[in-house]
Design a protein around this ligand. Structure first.
Ligand code: TXA
Ligand code: MG
Length: 330
């Protein structure tokens, strides 16, 4: 990435344009957070309802005071420990922050990304950029430039190429806006920075908002919102039920079935099965998940994706959350 491209991006953003940029989590759809028309364009391009607030990305925590009314001590500790990085803090907003950015709430989501291109862009821009994931509403977040290009490339002004995202899942979102009023911090969206790591830094118990129904059936429940979902139907299956589920599906399959496998298993031999071995480490699995789902979608030859459920422990929480959402019935 040349300085010239960063300068071009900054010029476009200052003129109210939209620039997709890489972060360490997923690609963001950048626009000047203080430009009402530009922010409105972001909602339009994504097809996102306006009551879904946006995250404002900043170059450094020195800029926090421009957006947050107060920054509780514990939020500062988290900023010191995890920024720049895959953590988003919800804080009370300054009155002048536009209601379109915050979905009419009195709080604002702030994040300082670590990706060198995001950093270079934010520093050169010298202000806040809204940055929702650069995908259409409810679709899987993009983790490389091609994915952004395929989905919204014709509707935006520029895409900065930063290669494949290192983390691969969206940031951990923690609500710190009420801690000075005596309320516990609450994790609103799990990410690869875990509750335990956060608790170690602030020495306080954090709550987690239950984001999903944890009851898994072969046909995963449709009670949770459809989000982060590929176009191909996803079936989430517990490890012990994998063989049975796959043979049942094969009986009526008229197209191929993709299996995202986590353990070694022998499936009925069939030309209709395509097994994709997923990494055994949560960190590596997270990096691979969205790119794999997109690849399967692009091939358009699969009837469904059977995903073997991942372990039920702390390091896999964010991945479980996304899998449950990906398998929510449409
Ligand atoms: O990793 C990420 O966070 C990526 C990269 C590009 O930074 N961005 C991202 O943005 O995932 P988006 O818009 O796809 O998701 C932002 C989430 C939404 O679920 C939204 O509801 C929540 O943040 N959010 C934003 N402002 C909020 C607020 N004031 N209170 C509660 N939730 C908020
Ligand atoms: Mg998103």
């Amino acid at each position: 990435m040349t300085q010239l491209e960063i300068e071009k991006a900054v010029k476009l953003l200052r003129g109210g344009g939209l620039v997709a940029f890489p972060t360490e989590t997923v690609y963001g759809l950048g626009a000047d957070a203080k430009n009402y028309d530009a922010v409105q364009k972001v909602f339009r391009v994504k097809g996102r309802p306006q009551n879904h607030p946006l995250i404002v990305h900043l170059a450094s925590s020195r800029e926090l005071k421009d957006w947050a009314r107060t920054v509780p001590h514990q939020a500062l500790l988290l900023a010191q420990a995890f920024w720049p990085g895959p953590l988003t803090l919800i804080l009370k907003k300054k009155p002048q922050v536009h209601h379109l950015v915050t979905g009419n709430q009195d709080t604002i989501a702030l994040r300082i990304p670590s990706h060198p291109i995001a950093q270079a862009l934010l520093q050169a821009f010298g202000g806040g950029l809204v940055g929702p994931s650069a995908n259409l509403f409810t679709q899987v977040s993009p983790t490389n430039m091609q994915a952004v290009h395929d989905e919204i490339g014709d509707k935006i002004d520029l895409i900065l190429d930063g290669g494949e995202c290192e983390v691969g899942l969206e940031s951990t979102i923690i609500d710190m806006s009420r801690v000075d009023d005596g309320q516990s911090p609450v994790i609103l969206r799990p990410g690869m920075i875990s509750a335990r790591e956060i608790e170690n830094v602030i020495e306080t118990k954090v709550d987690s908002k239950p984001t999903t129904n944890e009851t898994i059936k072969i046909h995963a429940p449709g009670m949770h919102s459809v989000h982060y979902a590929p176009k191909t139907k996803v079936l989430l299956v517990e490890r012990k039920n994998m063989n049975k589920a796959v043979s049942q599906l094969l009986k009526s399959a008229n197209q191929e079935i993709a299996i995202l496998a986590l353990s070694d298993k022998c499936y009925e031999s069939s030309a209709k099965i395509h097994i994709i071995d997923m990494p055994r480490l949560a960190k590596d699995y997270a990096k691979r998940l969205y790119q794999t789902l997109r690849k399967i979608d692009n091939q358009k030859r699969y009837q469904c994706i059977v995903i073997e459920m991942v372990p039920n422990d702390e390091t896999w929480i964010a991945i479980r959350d996304r899998l449950l959402k990906a398998s929510a019935k449409k």
